[in-house]
Design a protein around this ligand. Structure first.
Ligand SMILES: [Zn+2]
Length: 214
């Protein structure tokens, strides 16, 4: 896909991800769901068979080096810098109202949002080019940069997975990591640990948390 090394050899990621060698490597709770179809399609070339009604919501980064391999009539998609869902909770609610029960959250290696400090001046300049004052552009980037910036792609995906699971406990959520070297999906090592910790999906969601959503 490009000159990036595969996450299998990049020391930043290589010991933190599990490969899907076969269908059996897909976690039990995703079997027979559109999450399984998505992984099988992307990693093994199995064609996705759209059912004609939306069953899955995919949230990922705006990253131009990653093209979602999906047909029409299959998924709702949220693409935002860093891939975080925060700020798009209303969209999640809308898709659930349309029948979606599965959310696929995809992080990736070499995310530009992990370099926000070095990218901030050029982002500020891009806004100024549009006629924004330096002051307003800096304040805006300062305010929104923190919501989009990430320290580490896998840790950020984990934190957001936990946050989103807390808001939508009955949604089947699959955190996946795509390697921009070849477009293959991986499972973060932390997933099984987090799954074991999860509280009952029947708990109610705190009003304060909902009121504080951006
Ligand atoms: Zn990214």
């Amino acid at each position: 896909m490009n000159n990036l090394p595969s996450v299998k050899v990049d020391e930043k990621y290589r010991d933190r991800l599990k490969e899907f060698h076969t269908k059996d490597d897909i976690p039990q709770e995703w079997r027979g769901t559109p999450i399984e179809s998505f992984i099988m399609s992307q990693n093994f070339g199995w064609p996705v068979q759209p059912s004609g009604h939306p069953e899955v919501l995919i949230a990922t980064c705006i990253e131009f080096r990653y093209a979602l391999p999906i047909p029409r009539m299959y998924a709702y998609v949220i693409r935002r810098a860093s891939g975080r869902v925060i700020g798009s909770e209303f969209s999640v609610g809308y898709t659930m109202a349309k029948g979606v029960r599965n959310l696929i959250m995809i992080g990736h290696n070499d995310c530009g949002m992990s370099k926000m400090t070095e990218n901030a001046p050029s982002v500020i300049a891009a806004f100024m080019e549009q006629g924004w004052s330096r002051e307003a552009a800096e304040a805006y980037v300062q305010k929104h940069g923190t919501r989009h910036a990430i320290e580490d792609e896998l840790e950020s995906l984990k934190d957001e997975y936990i946050r989103v699971k807390g808001l939508f406990p009955k949604l089947n959520i699959a955190p996946l990591f795509v390697c921009l070297h070849d477009g293959r999906l991986y499972l973060p090592n932390w997933y099984s640990e987090e799954l074991a910790k999860e509280i009952s999906s029947h708990h109610s969601v705190n009003d304060q948390i909902i009121a504080s959503l951006p």
